[in-house]
Design a protein around this ligand. Sequence first.
Ligand SMILES: Cc1cc2nc3c(=O)[nH]c(=O)nc-3n(C[C@H](O)[C@H](O)[C@H](O)COP(=O)(O)OP(=O)(O)OC[C@H]3O[C@@H](n4cnc5c(N)ncnc54)[C@H](O)[C@@H]3O)c2cc1C
Length: 310
Amino acid sequence: MPPPTSPFGSLLLRRPPLRASAMSTQVAVAAAVAGIGAYAFYRRSASTETAGKPIFSTFGFHSLKLHSSELINHNTKKLRFELPDPSQPSGLSLTSALLTISFPNGGWKPCIRPYTPTNSRDEPGFIELMVKLYPNGRQSTHLHSLKPGDKVTFAPIKELAWTPNKHPHVALIAGGAGITPMYQLASGILSNPDDQTRVTLVWGVNTDEDIFLGEQFSALEKKFPGRFKAVYVVATPDAGSPHQKGFVTKKVLEGAGLSATDEKNSGAQVLVCGPPPMEKALKGTKSLFGAAKGGVLAELGYRSDQIYSF
Ligand SMILES: Cc1cc2nc3c(=O)[nH]c(=O)nc-3n(C[C@H](O)[C@H](O)[C@H](O)COP(=O)(O)OP(=O)(O)OC[C@H]3O[C@@H](n4cnc5c(N)ncnc54)[C@H](O)[C@@H]3O)c2cc1C
């Protein structure tokens, strides 16, 4: 699907680093809504905050102040924003993203891009984003330039609505910055004592340095042995890297225990979020009538209704 355009012409809502057909239906709809509403709401949103209710439990635009900005690897910053009521969590559902709306360099043309909060949905007072910097990227450059006290306007968008225990096992297959929705989901599942879903993550990155959130995933592996496993695949690993070299292939997924023919994986759900070549290799190509043809996941025995792309 071509990226959606907005009333602002070149205002595109897209995820070029992760997926060419990046737009889920919700995102495309949100883009249209946001395109129309963003400009009007932006100027007055800072003065319309009300305390007492999680602000992102319903759709609306909210201007939040940057609390801190920290470089966590060679190209990714952790940005923490203050919610208007320090006693309330964000109100985001599992899984959700936030549209960011800004006017880079003080220009008139708004820039709208989605990002996936990675802090606990129960944490009061803050939302946290991990933002990878792309050369000449409009929004990522703008977000990386912000100083504490600066403001950004946000609106929530729903992604896959997660139902605890609906699937015995969920396989999360990510490439590069596509890890953030996977982290949100894995930590959301594992922090819910009523959800017993097993989770396997396979994450393909270019270099060892690209692995952010690695400590958090290790902590989850230690806390939930037998329920959570993370496998990293590095295209150009450092000498002595503990991770396997290469790309996310059929062999790698089989090695991670993700064959659909394995009885443990009956009824499993597979979630994919990565750059277009990776998604195409995994999911195959779409025929004229929308049915998927080929792809590593089909070869492993997964049906298309078991596969969801963020
Ligand atoms: C639901 C959803 C959630 C997302 N969550 C996150 C998140 O948590 N963290 C995160 O960092 N991103 C996330 N993204 C991606 C994010 O929305 C932006 O697409 C990304 O930050 C780039 O936007 P930009 O404005 O900086 O770049 P753009 O201005 O859109 O692109 C600038 C230029 O850089 C090029 N470019 C961009 N990336 C690459 C690349 N990898 N290689 C070569 N050229 C490139 C573009 O083609 C373009 O020419 C998410 C996307 C979606 C759809």
